[in-house]
Design a protein around this ligand. Sequence first.
Ligand SMILES: Cc1ncc(C[n+]2csc(CCOP(=O)(O)OP(=O)(O)O)c2C)c(N)n1
Length: 699
Amino acid sequence: MKFDASDGAVASNRIPLTALEQHRGFVDRHIGTSDEEQAEMLELLGYPTRAALIDAVVPASIRQRAPLALAAAKGEEEALHELKQLAAELRQETIDAVSVTGGHLGAGLGVVELTIALHHVFDTPNDKLIWDVGHQSYPHKILTGRRDRIRTLRQGGGLSGFCKRAESEYDTFGAGHSSTSISAGLGMAVARDLSGKEHNVIAVIGDGAMSAGMAYEAMNNAGAIDSRLIVILNDNDMSIAPPVGAMSAYLAKLISGGTYRRFRRFLKQLAQRLLPKNWERRAARAEEFTRGFWTGGTLFEELGFYYVGPIDGHNFDHLLPVLRNVRTMKNGPILVHVVTQKGKGYPPAEISADKFHGVGRFNVVTGAQEASAAGTPPSYTKVFANALIEEARADEKIVAITAAMPSGTGLDKFAEIFPERCFDVGIAEQHAVTFAGGLAAEGYKPFAAIYSTFLQRAYDQVVHDVAIQHLPVRFAIDRAGLVGADGPTHAGSFDVAYLSCLPGIVVMAAADEVELMHMVATAAAIDDGPSAFRYPRGEGTGVPLPKRGTPLEIGKGRVLREGSAVALLSFGARLVECLEAADQLAGFGLPATVADARFAKPLDMDLLRNLALNHEVLVTIEEGSTGGFSARVLHALAREGLLDRGLKVRMLTLPDRFIEQNKPKTMYAEAGLDAPGIVAAVFAALGKERDAAGVIRLA
Ligand SMILES: Cc1ncc(C[n+]2csc(CCOP(=O)(O)OP(=O)(O)O)c2C)c(N)n1
């Protein structure tokens, strides 16, 4: 089989992945070589060419250090060798799978050895292993019975891109949002103690996730409860972007301190000279060693944790003895500080700025990701960033805040131009909102750019620190509505419901990218209370963009098309579907008015009156849950008596269930929020149905 670098068809996934030069040389040499030549070269480069261990391995066999049936007869050295071979294969399989599905790559590559070591040492799933966020869990999924489905990752009907209890007994706690693992682990540890059981609970949390308040709340509580809980701090010195804050500096200090270097030197000597070749014995010595050797980690020790580390998370000689050691320790919470490299073993990831945190489909050989087609409209995120930059040029009080998502929110672009006016606060949405409140209290104009789903975490801060005090914090809410492959944990379903019930807030949704620009300008101009504007993931509609947005009249919608029978009232980016539905309805002799509400709060009462009084049917459409825009419309109609004349109202919202990952178009179709869904709702309101041939008949 051959690599074809031109079309990205990868005929074999067995690439040596130890160094960039090696990788490049390999690519050059492999174009046009025969299968035999390739096999020879792989052998020479040290890539495992023996029977694939990964084909047969399950956690139990990893634990026996005997992934191959015959391995029981082999020595310890051989077993360790097999774990290393397994690591190479697992890394390879992860790269190959993500090249097909897209998803989170760098984080998983960084924990390949750690994943194997954890399943090797602990009795999973009896011992409970919890992955924080879950974006690094692909190698874990491959090892725990899901290898055959790994190329369905993040696809409709496929494996989730995060840990999910319904998916496997090895996924002990669902995640997607960060920094929950220690709390969940502590709950499980206490449940174990209450029920008189003995198993281990292990939470793996990244240094980025360690920047969130929840992690400290959990550690503080764990120290007080003193239950036996193992926390593995996976420190790769990266969040999605480089980590920020004092904790990251503290961890760097621990790693650069003498302990880490001394320990590495000790183990190296142990491995090379001091002891016989038997690694079990070496490991046993290291176990003893761990008990008294480490110092440092004072912060964690003050919180009540027994601190172990830092240790090299890519070296089984280091990982296995330490994990064995902590497995047998009977005292309270333990924190094992493991140092890893994000993107480890895949040169294109290792050298990229974000270590391939999240990638689209890519060519395994070159690492090149699929580019969007030429002429694709800019993303809403990009339009937001550019619009905010323009506003900030005109008003020096404008500042921007992100909670560890500089590239995801587009604020990396803002920071390039206004480094002093852009703040990455870490994975700390609650703090981000109150921090913005403080800035607003002092006369600045903060834009807190936070995804809809992550803003959920900061709800009390929105209510208590911003809304009650009428502080003009502007919430730029990206990823509004269904988001596709990331699935229900990341869907932006609830923000309209949870924001528009707050007194004094202005809530907007952009129908297209020009509207988004206007809403950025509107929010900049609102200086007497909080405001929010939401916009979806992905590309805009391609409308021509002005240089700068124009502030909108607060609480005023717009009518795009007039019709006499039906009114379609859209809030947000389903407007395109409404226009298409109106076309279809016109074909059935049902002329429709199409309006864009722009504001869920305050509502445009003139517009509502007009729609309610002059149409037989009113359909509202939004990319959000019940209790949001439509609920407010219905409430207002009822209050004004506008329902009393028999107006037929239908409210199209997301259904009352979590929608699983798929292509956004499919998800919206499933939710009935596309043009056919809108047309069907109109027919249903009129008591008509469309038959299979598309002919309308009375129901
Ligand atoms: C509450 C919340 N905010 C933001 C995110 C987006 N997010 C996903 S992974 C990640 C970085 C995590 O860094 P770290 O824990 O160090 O793991 P790494 O990816 O470096 O392995 C962020 C910010 C999230 N999942 N949850």
